[in-house]
Write a protein that binds this ligand. Structure first.
Ligand code: SF4
Ligand code: SF4
Length: 246
């Protein structure tokens, strides 16, 4: 194989319609999708031999930690940095995620996810940046579970795969439940436990989950999202009963 064929879903601006453009890129052993996109950027000539605008995409860490290069590759949502050309059927199709507004080409606006992280208070408040001393002790079993949830990179794969997450629904998405589990499991984070539970109750919250479990299968970090959904389903029910009786 001397070249690889890429078929890329392109869009110039958010208000323009999309179109497909194909490219032939020189093959190199062990190349990933990011290196193929870099080759197009160096020489933006399409498969018909026409000079075109370089394809734009986002990437940062290049080791599947930041989530910025998430896109739909051969119909499956995943990170471009860890998608190896040798393992993909050709032509390789690249599309932006469909559940977020497209900014340009393969770049989408994931602000909705970051707004949700604010809504669920996905942090542990501290009262200053001075030395606060040793934190509370956390049992190894709790630490191990928290570590699994802490690997979330807000990539968007779980919401791209979720049938409930779409522009006709206010559903916040499974990643949010993983983060509520993470911060509520921390002894200091638990001080704001009820605010987080309240944030995932009601419209767009946990009861809007249809339990299709696509999210847990799509997560590249194998985050146990369905465990979080099950645990928080119980926690929010207790919270609702408690509020009712108060
Ligand atoms: S279980 Fe299904 S509906 Fe619920 S968050 Fe996961 S994919 Fe979406
Ligand atoms: S839970 Fe998994 S799929 Fe969802 S945003 Fe976090 S890392 Fe990505």
């Amino acid at each position: 194989m001397t070249t690889i064929r890429l078929k890329i879903r392109r869009r110039e601006r958010p208000d323009t319609s999309g179109y497909w453009e194909e490219f032939d890129v020189p093959y190199r052993q062990h190349m990933n999708i990011i290196s193929a996109l870099q080759a197009i950027r160096r020489s933006p000539v399409n498969a018909a031999g026409e000079t075109t605008k370089p394809v734009v995409w986002e990437s940062n860490c290049l080791e599947e930690v930041c989530g910025a290069c998430t896109m739909v590759i051969n119909g499956k949502v995943r990170q471009a940095c860890s998608a190896l050309v040798d393992k993909l059927e050709q032509p390789i199709t690249l599309e932006p995620m469909s559940k977020f507004p497209c900014v340009r080409d393969l770049i989408v606006d994931r602000s909705a996810m970051f707004s949700t992280l604010k809504k669920i208070r996905a942090w542990i408040p501290i009262d200053g940046t001075h030395n606060l001393g040793p934190g509370p002790k956390i049992a190894p079993s709790v630490q191990e579970k928290a570590y699994e949830y802490s690997r979330c990179m807000t990539c968007g794969c779980c919401v791209e795969a979720c049938p409930q997450f779409n522009d006709r629904s206010p559903f916040i998405g499974a990643f949010a439940f993983g983060q509520v589990e993470l911060f509520n499991s921390h002894p200091t984070g638990a001080l704001n436990k009820y605010e987080r539970l309240d944030a995932i109750m009601g419209q767009g919250g946990i009861t809007d989950c249809g339990n299709a479990q696509n999210c847990v299968r799509a997560c590249p970090k194998q985050i146990p999202l369905t465990d979080a959904i099950a645990g928080l389903g119980w926690e929010t029910t207790k919270r609702a009963i408690h509020k009712l009786l108060k």
